[in-house]
Design a protein around this ligand. Sequence first.
Ligand SMILES: Nc1nc2c(c(=O)[nH]1)N[C@H]1C(S)=C(S)[C@@H](COP(=O)(O)O)O[C@H]1N2
Ligand SMILES: [Mo]
Length: 231
Amino acid sequence: MKIRGGIAMAAVAGLLLLAGCGGAAATTATGTLNPVQITEYEGQKLDAVEDFRENSLHGPQQVDTAAYRLKISGLVETPQEFTYDELLQLPAYQKVVTLDCVEGWSVTVLWEGARIADMLADAGVAAEANTVIFHAYDGYTSSLPLDYLLENDILLAYKQNGNALAPERGYPLQLVAESRWGYKWVKWVTEIELSSDPEYKGYWEKRGFSNDGSLDQSYRENDYPGPMPGF
Ligand SMILES: Nc1nc2c(c(=O)[nH]1)N[C@H]1C(S)=C(S)[C@@H](COP(=O)(O)O)O[C@H]1N2
Ligand SMILES: [Mo]
């Protein structure tokens, strides 16, 4: 995992150099550079960031970087707050992961971000905590087991294919909930709440989506009677 991350860092640095070369031509009046997207990683072809569909409940959110804080709350000894720059200073990792939405589409990109484990390191997680509830800027929530997040080195990503997330993709952070359905991949994450309630239900889970959310199982909760909302 760390070795893979190291190789990816070199690849990212190489692309940044390329972007730097083309920089003069790409500079606009406001000084913005055209992003260069990674299209392949370790021989694996990647999809484009534009291939994601925007189906968020309340549309794309515009999060102000200067005012942004990621909070670590709930069953912790010392609640934490990270600015965007502090998140970028945590150890960075890369993974190629596919997001699968229950609508039937999927997108595979290179994600870069920090591990939930590193974000929790100084918080002093209480022994009874077993669930993590992710809160988002648009009021959306979803939850996952604490063990799943730690054992699988789950990331909160701030980059896709080498570029900072676009506002519609969840800037500043999207949860890379690998092996779980897309509704677990919370965008615009503002708060990580430690909880002792494994039965907590987020937005779609309250409406009949499986709380486990594993890709190898139906997203539909067995005992949910009616048609699925929103599809
Ligand atoms: N905050 C927030 N996060 C969200 C959602 C949302 O409505 N609000 N939708 C989820 C669903 S159902 C999917 S499939 C993915 C889609 O990610 P994308 O918008 O980058 O394609 O975001 C997830 N994260
Ligand atoms: Mo979805």
